[in-house]
Design a protein around this ligand. Structure first.
Ligand code: PMP
Length: 328
């Protein structure tokens, strides 16, 4: 079936109700080829030439591409380090009568931030005022740490009809590359989404869809264990990085830890790309240079993104490889 197999659509309906008391009809949910396809079809369904979109930088790199392929103009709002919050004035100034869509990623890749209810409410006020939509990329919905609760944007007052909520089985089951995702939105928006999905991929591998539905049914035992496992990995990587003389920021969610460049690298005038190359060549540790996720500010060149979705053995090895970092 083009929108997804009924077994999975019904399971997703139950998922939204069970975790968030969000009630969607099955005709408001579309199974996609990963969240990546959901981002693309959501953008192509809603946007046209003349529309503006707002992105928070650092952004997940497919957002500007999807928006621009759809013909929209991108406005960027910077999340300023070290706490990666937006500036309220900068945010309001980015809105205009042409703002059609805001891309929100919460929990946030690459900074590891989980936005607070106050921040989300501020955004919802502007979305209402400027009559726009939110593409809420919530692929890390279950990767929140230290007792933080994920708040789906669609649960904010008046936001359900304005929100395209995106999830990913690849992230939820720690199997990036699985490529089963979903998009929940009003029936009207879903109709447009499905028109694009129909002529994009038509449908998603049914065996993978069955597997995901069966996986989602294990929620009572799975999710807590999943969160604990990754909180442990986050702490493990933090210890490794701290022992190496780095000062990792505390990740609140996702698989990622954002780390400021050490003084030794800054003293040599290195940026994120130079330091990243150095770590690969000299220490066999690969990271992501976040400047690729920025368009407006230069802040990204002062950080690296580390991923802790690794075995204990690999994390320990990183510790050994990074031992002589400061002397480099
Ligand atoms: N959104 C974000 C924020 C991501 O980090 C990723 C994966 N890196 C995706 C979407 C894509 O998810 P999927 O693998 O389900 O296509």
């Amino acid at each position: 079936p083009m929108p997804g197999i009924p077994f999975l659509l019904e399971e997703l309906q139950d998922h939204f109700h069970h975790h968030y008391q969000l009630d969607y009809e099955t005709q408001e949910i579309t199974v996609t080829n990963g969240a990546t396809e959901a981002i693309m079809v959501g953008s192509l369904a809603l946007l046209e030439k003349g529309d503006e979109v707002i992105l928070f930088e650092p952004f997940y790199d497919s957002y500007p591409v999807a928006a621009e392929l759809a013909g929209a103009e991108v406005k960027v709002v910077t999340l300023h380090g070290p706490d990666f919050r937006w500036d309220s004035q900068e945010l309001e100034e980015a809105f205009s009568e042409r703002t059609k869509l805001v891309y929100l990623n919460n929990p946030h890749n690459p900074t590891g931030r989980v936005f607070t209810s106050e921040e989300l409410q501020e955004l919802s006020g502007l979305v209402k005022k400027y009559d726009s939509y939110v593409l809420s990329d919530e692929v890390y919905e279950f990767l929140t740490f230290d007792g933080r609760k994920h708040i789906p944007f669609a649960t904010l007052e008046g936001m359900k009809k304005r929100t395209l909520t995106i999830g990913s089985a690849g992230k939820t089951f720690g199997h990036t590359g699985l490529k089963v995702g979903w998009l929940a939105a009003s029936e009207e928006v879903t109709k447009a989404v499905r028109m694009v999905h129909q002529f994009n991929v038509f449908s998603v591998n049914p065996m993978a869809q069955y597997a995901v539905a069966v996986g989602l049914k294990q929620r009572d035992t799975y999710i807590e264990e999943f969160q604990k496992l990754y909180a442990k990995k986050r702490d493990h990587l933090n210890r490794v990085l701290t022992d190496a003389g780095l000062s990792p920021l505390m990740s609140e969610g996702t698989y990622f830890t954002f780390v400021p460049l050490p003084q030794s690298a800054l003293n040599k005038n290195w940026d994120d790309v130079t330091f990243c190359r150095h770590l690969i060549k000299e220490h066999k540790v690969a990271t992501i240079p976040p400047s690729a996720f920025y368009r407006k500010s230069q802040e990204g060149s002062k950080y690296l993104r580390f991923c802790f979705a690794k075995t204990d053995e690999v994390l320990n090895k990183a510790g050994v490889y990074l031992k002589n970092l400061e002397q480099a």
